[in-house]
Design a protein around this ligand. Structure first.
Ligand SMILES: C[S@@+](CC[C@H](N)C(=O)[O-])C[C@H]1O[C@@H](n2cnc3c(N)ncnc32)[C@H](O)[C@@H]1O
Length: 218
């Protein structure tokens, strides 16, 4: 019976697909720091968040290793003087002194090695700068919070999809195929890494298989 319900919900969900990571851009925009000099988006994909940040910061820089994504992001950002994308990894970034006022990672942390990526984010931030992460974790259905969030997500996913795209999905103009990766860390490992590398950060699991972390560099 449970299987039938899950298969049915998955089928309905697939009829109204929508982007769970982009959904959390609103959380990023609600939690911006006061100082708005340079901002860095790590693993910027097609550059939508870089575009959004360019309206709020003096400079918005996206970094992205994938060729197809770079083309898509550069095409999106052409003509926006305050925004640019570079083919770099975080460890290669030379921040403008004294550092970035904001670093974001939306669905890109699980593509990187966890602790080194958090250390690099700390390095490129200016003192007083803010790190905002929207991430994915390895959901464990034995964990009661993971289980409750998964059930709520299955129910809410098609409803939100329908509300966003009542006439079904619209095909993108250029779709190079988003590089995907499976998250390897379960929530306890992630929490431990955030406590160690980002002391005082606030980390929360949320709907749609995403967590958020906010941390201000002292
Ligand atoms: C789901 S997309 C993120 C999209 C974007 N952040 C957004 O909010 O719309 C994940 C991106 O991370 C990029 N990525 C893969 N390996 C990476 C790495 N080592 N460092 C940074 N980004 C990486 C992928 O190429 C992909 O574009």
């Amino acid at each position: 019976m449970v299987n039938v319900i899950v298969r049915g919900l998955n089928r309905v969900g697939r009829s109204f697909p929508w982007n769970h990571s982009e959904h959390y851009h609103r959380w990023i925009l609600r939690n911006l720091p006061q100082r708005r000099g340079p901002a860095l988006e790590v693993g910027c994909g097609t550059g939508l968040l870089v575009q959004r940040l360019s309206g709020q910061f003096d400079q918005a820089v996206g970094i992205e290793p994938d060729e197809g994504m770079l083309i898509a992001a550069r095409s999106r950002l052409a003509g926006i003087g305050k925004a640019r994308v570079e083919q770099l990894r975080l460890a290669e970034v030379a921040p403008p002194p004294p550092g970035f006022d904001l670093v974001t990672m939306v669905a890109s942390l699980h593509h990187q090695s966890l602790e080194p990526a958090l250390q690099e984010a700390r390095r490129v931030l200016a003192p007083g700068g803010r790190l905002l992460i929207v991430g994915l974790w390895d959901v464990q259905l034995r964990d009661p919070v993971d289980l409750a969030l998964t059930l709520a997500t299955w129910l809410a996913d098609p409803v939100v999809g329908f509300l966003k795209h009542p006439r079904g999905p619209r095909p993108p103009k250029y779709d190079p195929g988003m590089p995907l990766s499976t998250p390897h860390e379960a929530w306890p490992e992630l929490k431990a890494a955030f406590a160690k590398e980002l002391p005082g950060s606030s980390a929360r699991r949320r709907l749609f298989f995403r967590y958020t972390v906010s941390w201000d560099k002292p």
